[in-house]
Design a protein around this ligand. Structure first.
Ligand code: SME
Length: 152
């Protein structure tokens, strides 16, 4: 039997995939996925994309408080996810010196690389929470699955 969180993600996936069906514009798909996730997932405080532009990260569609505009390759949790090409789950941002604090209320976060159909990383999906330890392997698996379905 699936957990409540898995059921919430299944609902989000269904809605986001339906919204993005037939859509090829990447920004439109990012905005739609952010809209669904941020409104459905109560524990999400900041939800957004940083796009890979010129090798670094540039802010894309997001919901929540005002986020940083530029993040250098390899900097912060987002830049680390891009550099290492793998999802970063941070249970307590206070224990990660490289974390970039755009909003001091953020306590935990997950950052998932987003690949296009050719396998190239085109963005990262960054989700922040004001609670410690919000994100686990369920969030990782479900978010990785969702971005693969929509962008790959
Ligand atoms: N969490 C990020 C910074 C971006 S904001 O939190 C919106 C990081 O350290 O990469």
């Amino acid at each position: 039997m699936s957990s409540e969180k898995e059921q919430q993600y299944a609902k989000c996936r269904e809605r986001a995939v339906a919204l993005c069906e037939g859509e090829r514009d990447v920004i439109a798909k990012m905005a739609s996925l952010v809209g669904v996730l941020h409104n459905e997932m109560a524990q999400y405080y900041w939800t957004g994309f940083y796009r890979v532009v010129g090798g670094d990260l540039l802010i894309g569609p997001y919901q929540g408080t005002v986020g940083c505009v530029h993040i250098k390759f390899g900097r912060g949790v987002c830049g680390t996810a891009l550099k290492l090409e793998e999802t970063q789950v941070v249970p307590d941002v206070c224990k990660v010196p490289e974390h970039i604090a755009c909003d001091s209320r953020t306590r935990s976060e997950i950052v998932v690389p987003v690949r296009d159909a050719s396998g190239e990383i085109i963005a990262v999906l960054d989700v922040d929470s004001t609670e410690e330890g919000t994100f686990d392997e369920v969030d990782q698996r479900e978010l990785e699955r969702m971005v693969a379905e929509i962008f790959s």
